[in-house]
Design a protein around this ligand. Structure first.
Ligand code: OOG
Ligand code: MG
Length: 256
């Protein structure tokens, strides 16, 4: 088996078994970003071969708070599958994850394809709806530590998503207040403007980066714009809610 396929198998196995694995760059410090995206594709292909279905893409590290939290300063993207979906208001099992964290995000639902270099106006015209959402990230690396190539190979830590109510995308969502509550206590506050100044910029970047990766964003896809605040750690017994001003709220529970 070639090196990249072996890395994909290791990361896929770590996700399946909910155990941490050493960073790839600790033994392969020169792993390139291009090779890391190939590892990501190969590991997601293993999921698709098991019957999971692609439902869209996610952007990561699109806010300063997120870049600071993990020490990686580049925007990256990952692939979403139906197995990652958690029903709004439902519970996720902590045992299925290594060391999960939660991020408040904005989700886009696409009504038209988007591929390559597009303007913000073209991106908005391809959006059917926007929703308050949360991503559950779970780095498969020990101590949640990684370099850029590591996190790209690991599908940018993606492991779950919860989507709230869909809203008309023609309302102004450039600077809406965001609150994350755990068990009724406010844990993080922020603004949608934390996402590259406007969440739409994340969609524009997604169209370009996904096309550079040889794929596209299709009608019906979900695109996650990226975490707005630092990501709090999840533990059993928590009820987690994100509210975005004017867009509504989204919640889930954490079980053992
Ligand atoms: C990398 C993934 C970051 C986001 O929304 O910024 C991400 C990580 O922090 O593990 O999903
Ligand atoms: Mg995220």
């Amino acid at each position: 088996m070639d090196k990249l396929a072996r890395y994909a198998e290791t990361l896929d196995g770590a996700a399946l078994g909910a155990h941490a694995t050493p960073q790839l760059t600790s033994s392969d410090p020169n792993l390139s970003v291009a090779d890391a995206y190939q590892v990501q594709k190969l590991s997601v292909d293993r999921r698709l071969a098991r019957g999971e279905r692609r439902i869209g893409v996610k952007m990561g590290l699109t806010s300063r708070a997120k870049m600071l939290q993990v020490g990686v300063n580049e925007v990256a993207w990952g692939r979403l599958t139906d197995a990652m979906l958690i029903e709004e208001g439902a519970a996720m099992s902590r045992a299925r994850f290594v060391h999960p964290r939660v991020e408040p995000e904005v989700a886009f639902l696409m009504k038209a394809p988007l591929c390559g270099r597009v303007t913000a106006a073209q991106a908005l015209a391809a959006v059917e709806a926007i929703a308050p959402a949360m991503e559950i990230i779970d780095s498969r690396y020990e101590n949640f530590k990684f370099a850029l190539s590591d996190v790209i190979a690991d599908n940018t830590s993606s492991s779950g998503l919860v989507i709230g109510p869909w809203n008309d995308p023609t309302k102004d969502f450039s600077n809406l207040g965001v609150i994350v509550e755990i068990n009724g206590q406010v844990i993080e506050v922020g603004s949608t403007a934390a996402i590259l100044g406007h969440p739409l910029r994340s969609l524009v970047a997604a169209a370009r980066l996904v096309a550079e990766g040889g794929e596209g964003i299709s009608a019906g896809d979900i695109v996650m714009a990226g975490g707005i605040t630092a990501a709090p750690t999840l533990a059993p017994g928590q009820t987690v809610r994100t509210t975005i001003q004017g867009l509504g709220s989204v919640m889930f529970r954490v079980e053992a």
